[in-house]
Design a protein around this ligand. Structure first.
Ligand code: PLP
Length: 304
């Protein structure tokens, strides 16, 4: 398993609509839209030394997702930042913290899917946990192992992945398959059979020194993904976004995943095929260094 219980998180205070409640007593109403239909949007953010990396980008994606789902009220960036700050301060948190920000359509007057049953505004949940990048332990000397799932990722004609919503069943089904295959995570394909992403992260390949990732057709507009592409552009590392087939993934020199939860993690094998030379590759290593250098100096200060 990639994660385990962290004793530091035993007495977390969780922010629900501005109220800070102990994790054992925190909860939302059975009438809340997240319980009723996964009718919510979310973001995972990471805190580095009091600063949230790419804070505006995350808040924009949350706001755009809520707008696409036609939420009647969406808190302003200032309101969201204030609640994040209050939560971090209440928990005396400064670094190595993952923040799960969830905005639901709110409480319904009665059970049912009609958004007109929502008449009291959205529910905002700020869950901050002490959490180091989650793949660090799994990566070890072997790299992540991935197994391809039979569950396909939707494109914009089915459920637009540009909406970062809370219906995670597709990902969970893929994760169940990768667990059964003894792998760390699942590779997911788009409807045409090209690489989409994993159940939780974006996937990059490096071939002949060129860094490539799938187009954002059946994966979210990843913030770490965009950061890696920016780093490549800034440091003259050849890069491209294109359709990638599984045969191209198997024969790549290097492969790595990206995401806020686990940053940049190298992949050792996919579907039983060793990737490259069996160790972390030089391009992945360089990008990890560049990323770490960036997170150590960029980001918006939220707590002192
Ligand atoms: C399905 C999925 N893929 C990839 C990612 C990684 O995206 P980011 O780099 O913005 O954290 C996320 C993050 O929430 C995700 O939910």
């Amino acid at each position: 398993m990639l994660q385990s219980f962290n004793e530091q998180n035993r007495d977390l205070l969780i922010n629900i609509n501005g109220e800070l409640v102990h994790r054992d007593r925190a909860g939302v109403s059975p009438f809340d839209s997240s319980v009723q239909g996964g009718d919510a949007v979310w973001e995972g953010l990471r805190l580095y030394d009091g600063r949230v990396f790419k804070l505006r980008e995350h808040l924009n994606r949350l706001t755009h997702s809520a707008k696409a789902l036609a939420f009647e009220t969406i808190p302003s960036h200032d309101e969201l930042i204030e609640q994040i700050r209050r939560t971090l301060e209440a928990n005396s948190m400064r670094t190595d913290v993952h923040i799960r920000l969830t905005l639901t359509r709110g409480v319904k007057i009665t059970s049912g899917m009609d958004p007109r049953l929502n008449q009291s505004g959205p529910t905002l949940i700020v869950l901050a946990e002490h959490k180091a990048p989650v793949y660090d332990r799994a990566v070890g000397a072997t790299g992540l192992t991935l197994a391809t799932s039979s569950i396909r990722r939707f494109g914009p004609d089915q459920m637009d992945p540009k909406i970062h919503h809370n219906n995670l069943i597709q990902s969970i089904m893929a994760k169940i398959e990768s667990n059964a295959a003894g792998a760390d995570d699942a590779v997911m394909l788009d409807q045409r059979g090209f690489l989409a992403e994993t159940n939780a992260t974006h996937v990059f390949v490096v071939t002949g020194g060129k860094v490539e990732t799938s187009r954002c057709v059946a994966c979210p507009e990843g913030i770490t993904r965009a950061t890696v592409l920016e780093l490549c552009a800034r440091h003259d590392i050849p890069n491209a976004e294109r359709d990638i087939s599984m045969a191209e993934l198997y024969r790549a020199d290097e492969c790595f995943t990206t995401g806020t939860m686990g940053e940049i993690a190298w992949v050792g094998s996919v579907d039983g095929r060793a990737i490259g030379g069996g160790g972390i590759g030089p391009v992945t290593m360089r990008l990890r260094e560049l990323f770490s250098e960036l997170t150590s100096r960029e980001g918006e200060r939220v707590v002192g």
